[in-house]
Design a binder for this molecule. Sequence first.
Ligand SMILES: *Cc1c(COP(=O)(O)O)cnc(C)c1O
Length: 390
Amino acid sequence: MNNELYPSWIELSKSAFEKNITFLRDYIGNDVLFSSVIKGNAYGHGISHFVPMAEECGVQHFSVFSSDEAREALRARTNEESHVMIMGMINNGALGWAIERDVSFFVFELDRLEFAASEAQRIGKPARIHLHLETGMNRLGLEKSQFKDAVKLIKKNRKHLQVDGICTHFAGAESVGNYVRIQDQIQNFKEYCSWFIDHDVNPKYQHTACSASALNYPDTIMDMVRIGIAQYGFWPNRETYMNFMKRSSDINKEYKDPLERVLSWKSHVMSTKKVEAGEFVGYGNTYLTGRDEVIATVPIGYSHGFGRNLTNVGIVLINGKRAPVAGLVNMNLLTVDVTDIPDVKKGDEVVIIGHQQDQEITVSSFSEMRNNLNYEVLVQIPSRIPRTIV
Ligand SMILES: *Cc1c(COP(=O)(O)O)cnc(C)c1O
């Protein structure tokens, strides 16, 4: 990538990802299939760059939300063996496409099951399905009352339907407030799974765990996990982090975060300017200099996802120091006060998210400023900012 062409860019750290994946593999165990969840443009990291990097670290299973994301993942993969699974939206009209390309998909409606069977028959290749069961989230999932019909359909179409998995999703495993609800879901899932097995439907994998449930409820790990946020180096929330650290420190008396952020967002100082005390900076009158100041402009604005609500609040790193946003965040520009940072000049590196020397701007601090979740901030990083692996 030619950095010179772009006002800002995103770096993905392969060594950070490797560290996370090593930790997660150790934690879940070697016999458990690790599926890397890459919906939402790989949580803002960028599917086309993230998938090949993950493959180089041994990942061969990817989970997406929808068929368009599946297509992107197939295009991005460098290993023909890498499998793509759709957890959410696929139209019946796209099932044939998925079957032909060996993409597996969740089935949470009898209608989709029927359609998958007839498409598989037409194409002459089995559909790889995961029965997504309703266990208490009440969002998507086959209802208990539909199980019998599902089994009938599967038995009638043995040749056309390959049951790769039986699965469910938890309604908020990151928060202890949902403890009872999650326990009920785990119970239901185990009971329903046994019922299917008793009725001769044997899935290759039983899977339920996202990052939070794998970390908070180890018995949800089963044969396979679907890990999103943790592989990118983020804890689902503070509570999960605290719980986990507490448990592991009881065992090894260490307080070291095993996860490392994969993504950094960087730019350069575009220009600097001396402004006398008592002058307004930028549009309107939101920022008045309280002394003689040095103002640096950075070519990032709300069109790049740096929210207007970070006006006079946001912070970036320059020369290893924290530089506060001074004035309104513009569409393509922001101004920062660098009076206390010596020798800032055009071309100096600016870190919006990530490390610089011993300072760090985390997505969570960025998001706390914005009052958002990690998940939400990450996926809002625009896909047109170029990504590069470091
Ligand atoms: C997003 C998602 C996951 C991964 O969740 P994380 O909290 O990011 O680990 C797992 N399963 C399903 C069905 C999902 O939609």
